[in-house]
Design a protein around this ligand. Structure first.
Ligand SMILES: Nc1ncnc2c1ncn2[C@@H]1O[C@H](COP(=O)(O)OP(=O)(O)OP(=O)(O)O)[C@@H](O)[C@H]1O
Ligand SMILES: [Mg+2]
Length: 338
């Protein structure tokens, strides 16, 4: 897969004054229910997302990367209000989405859409594709019956499906086609912001690039702003203008795609990229194998959450939690040693 350097959007993005979406210190903790009630001491919680801040600028694609369980899906769902935030703010058009009522959020849905990680579980098995696609249009009172039908056919074509698919049920599709259906359903309301959670993970590599190209075309035509969640570094390199790297619920590094692939600042990013041919920093091509497993978000390590696996960790890293700070223009990292 090749890199995209020709889009010119990064420069444009960085000079734009106000972000379209501003996520500020977003946290999501899930309470854990113990079979022994309170007998085992205070109730614990999974710290799925911890103090995450980032901005989405109009027309850009921001890639969110991290290992399984690092909190990518939870970040996506929480910022759209599909899961309530434990703390933090998400500003969109002068409104904090975390403070909206369900009714207000429902109105917002038109502009902010999610493509689910698991498309099958999000498609009603008893409905034909036509009515699945038209349902959001009915909810938002858009178009006549005939117009809605036309829009459904149009969106099927836009994501690379056939008109006859309109009459089929979700179980009659392959995994890859279902991912396209998930995309079609999210696009039919013509949203401004699209959160895509692993939208190409069920596809083989050749279909993957077809789908990514289609996404980029749709983005240009519809002036979409995208948050693209994936664990695949080649995919994120291809599609993103900027990238955020997550580890145990936190963003540990953020940079424009080119800058990040030229030089990774955080030891975790270096280790992650060292496993991918051609992605690692120049002069550091040897594979960095991290010791141990990713710790449980039920009891994340003190100080820098990465210190238990970091080859460079010092005593200070066990005590102090590093802030995500700008090291170079547009390139941020959360590491005490930089
Ligand atoms: N509803 C829930 N209740 C309790 N814990 C949850 C819930 N949803 C997610 N978690 C936990 O939160 C953490 C982050 O999960 P999340 O699904 O956001 O990770 P992810 O980065 O999307 O992983 P993957 O790449 O596997 O999709 C995990 O430890 C997960 O077990
Ligand atoms: Mg996920």
């Amino acid at each position: 897969m090749t890199t995209v350097h020709d889009r010119g959007t990064v420069k444009e993005v960085m000079s734009k004054p106000a972000p379209l979406l501003n996520v500020s210190q977003l946290s999501k903790h899930y309470p854990v229910h113990s079979p022994f009630g309170k007998l085992l001491g205070p109730r614990k919680s999974v710290q799925a997302v911890a103090d995450v801040s980032f901005q989405l600028y109009e027309g850009e694609t921001y890639g969110l990367v991290g290992e399984s369980g690092s909190g990518k899906s939870t970040t996506g769902r929480t910022l759209l209000g599909l899961t309530s935030a434990t703390s933090g703010e998400v500003w969109y058009e002068e409104r904090d989405l975390t403070k909206l009522s369900n009714r207000e959020l429902q109105q917002m849905r038109k502009e902010l859409q999610l493509v689910f990680q698991d498309p099958f579980s999000s498609l009603n098995p008893r409905k034909r594709i036509g009515s699945i696609l038209e349902e959001p249009l009915i909810i938002h009172g858009i178009g006549s019956k005939r117009e809605r039908q036309e829009m459904a056919f149009e969106i099927l074509e836009a994501v690379g499906l056939q008109p006859e698919h309109y009459f089929r049920y979700p179980h009659e599709f392959s995994g890859g086609q279902r991912q396209r259906l998930g995309l079609a359903r999210a696009l039919i309301l013509n949203p401004k912001i699209l959160v895509l959670d692993e939208p190409v993970s069920a596809l083989d590599v050749s279909i993957q690039s077809q789908m990514l190209n289609r996404l980029r075309q749709l983005q240009r035509e519809r002036k979409l702003t995208m948050l693209f969640i994936t664990h695949d570094i080649s995919v994120v390199r291809y599609i993103s203008d900027r990238i955020g790297i997550m580890y145990l619920g936190r963003i540990v590094e953020e940079a424009p795609t080119d800058a990040l692939f030229r030089d990774q600042l955080h030891p975790y990013t270096r280790a992650l990229f060292s496993a991918v041919p051609d992605a690692a920093r120049v002069g550091r091509r040897e594979r960095i194998v991290l010791k141990g497993e990713i710790p449980s978000p039920l009891s994340p390590p003190s100080g820098c959450a990465f210190h238990t696996r970091c080859p460079l960790a010092t005593e200070r890293c066990k005590r102090e939690t590093p802030e995500l700070r700008e090291i170079r223009p547009g390139h941020k990292a959360a590491c005490l040693l930089i």
